[in-house]
Design a protein around this ligand. Structure first.
Ligand SMILES: [Zn+2]
Length: 485
């Protein structure tokens, strides 16, 4: 599934292939015809889908927002957006929906999905001990595959249409193959940010040339390649040699990982517009401004930063520096990975910080974030950080149709009074009705299309059982005896 024409190596294919999931992929491909009226004239030619009568938030100032408008999709692309479009097309009723660009999550570690929620009380030291320092070593390629697949499906289900996956489990080249296959089988749009692994078989980053040749010969495909790096000159230069975007965790207070280490590379002229800095906590204002001055991008994982002791999430510092951040979910071992959680967290935190300053008498404060601001962070700013603004991030004719439709007729939003307000302050994943990626409907009427959840759950549980068994962790779902668990 997905647009990647290249095939993974045969050995990996045999080990991780899931016949049912390939069928699921085929069903996704066919899904524009599921549960909808057929076009009046079904002939060969472009597939047209018409989203009819929704509240449309385009996030493109040249297009604007509409209380009621239609969107015409032809094959992969949006071709028209205005009220009262007539066209021969599959019609999807959007009359009780908010229609907006799909959410974009600029940093996640999908491979851990079979371990989701296992470290709810963990801080970074617990995570380094148990996840990156222990669990990761035991991953087989099939665990990497399953983690990426169910992670991607969860994101699709939540209305996330583009993900940057930094699965730091490239323990062998076969692991990397499996991670890429998990993404392509899911049907999500993804940047596979090839990241480190552990053990003697790890080839990162040296396998990048093979991966690029084997899987990423075209940039016009759903899954594309980037490099997940340390704060490291050689790795940044390597990424640039292959024309890859650079995603780097920066957590102040950790040796070699702090903003001050990034500044040293900046002093050598190495900070640029292809750098995406993740977290960037415990920075000075000058260090944050350097990101802006060099055209770089920021990915804030606000709930994780607050919960896991990365340092205060730098939302206000970023805004003060003129940076509109993208949002990201990070690790599902410890926090929900939907964008409602991300948007609400950053909205509340920024306002709490400024409200506190106001109460204490400070004048001339920066503006409070609005409900619209944080939705823009979760859509357009994500596309910009990922270098994909020309393709996605707004509802603009000519761009690819990555679209989410949110129900407004559920108890959490009745009566429907404010589009931005409902999304930011009221909605959750239960409102995600329809998800479209590159013109293909992958979720409709609240259900992922062509996905056998029972089977998926069984296979994910088998992967989890294998990993937890290797780790000797308690099998109980109520045991909290381990630190952070
Ligand atoms: Zn991370």
């Amino acid at each position: 599934m997905g647009d990647n024409g290249a095939k993974p190596s045969r050995s990996t294919t045999e080990r991780v292939d899931r016949r049912a999931l390939m069928k699921a992929g085929a069903a996704l491909l066919a899904s524009t015809a599921v549960g909808m009226a057929r076009p009046a004239v079904a002939q060969r030619g472009p597939v047209r889908t018409l989203l009819k009568g929704g509240v449309v938030l385009s996030f493109d100032p040249a297009v604007g927002d509409f209380e009621k408008a239609d969107i015409l999709i032809e094959d992969k692309k949006i071709v028209a957006l205005r009220p009262d479009i007539s066209a021969e097309a599959v019609v999807i009723d959007a009359s009780r929906m908010i229609v907006l660009p799909g959410f974009i999550d600029t940093h996640h570690h999908f491979y851990q999905s079979a371990l989701r929620n296992l470290l709810p009380n963990g801080v970074l030291t617990d995570y380094f001990r148990d996840i990156s320092g222990a669990a990761t070593n035991h991953y087989r390629p099939e665990d990497a595959y399953m983690g990426n697949l169910i992670g991607a499906l969860r994101s699709l289900d939540a209305g996330i249409t583009t993900i940057t996956d930094l699965s730091q489990v490239s323990n062998t080249p076969e692991h990397s193959d499996a991670l890429i296959k998990g993404l392509t089988d899911s049907g999500i749009r993804a940047i596979y940010a090839y990241s480190r692994g552990s053990g003697a078989g790890a080839k990162w980053p040296g396998d990048v040339e093979r991966l690029q040749k084997q899987y990423f010969s075209s940039t016009d495909q759903l899954v594309t390649l980037a490099l997940g790096t340390a704060v490291n000159k050689d790795q940044w230069l390597l990424a640039r040699r292959f024309g890859l975007r650079i995603f780097t965790h920066v957590v102040g207070g950790n040796r070699g990982l702090g903003p001050e280490d990034v500044m040293k590379l900046g002093d050598e002229g190495l900070m640029g517009p292809d750098n995406v800095y993740i977290h960037f906590t415990n920075a000075t204002n000058d260090q944050m401004r350097r990101i802006k001055d060099t055209g770089g991008w920021l990915s804030i994982a606000c709930p994780i930063e607050m919960a896991m002791r990365h340092g205060m999430s730098p939302i206000q510092q970023a805004l003060d520096a003129g940076i509109r951040p993208s949002l990201s979910s990070d690790v599902e071992t410890t926090m929900a990975a939907d964008m409602f959680t991300q948007m609400r967290s950053v909205f509340i935190l920024q306002r709490a910080l400024l409200n506190d300053r106001s109460i204490k008498g400070e004048k001339d404060l920066p503006p409070l974030l609005s409900a619209r601001d944080v939705i823009e962070f979760a859509t357009l700013q994500g596309a910009r950080a990922d270098g994909m603004e020309a393709k996605v991030g707004t509802l603009t004719p000519g761009k690819e149709a990555d679209i989410v439709m949110l129900r407004t007729d559920l108890p959490n939003t009745l009566p429907f009074n404010s589009a931005y307000g409902a999304i930011t302050t009221a909605m959750d994943t239960s409102n995600v009705d329809t998800v479209i990626i590159a013109g293909k409907v992958v979720k409709r009427a609240g259900k992922l299309l062509g996905v056998d959840l029972d089977r998926m759950g069984r296979e994910a549980a088998a992967s989890r059982d294998y990993l937890v068994g290797k780790l000797g962790w308690p099998r109980s779902v109520i045991d909290t005896s381990l630190s952070g668990h």
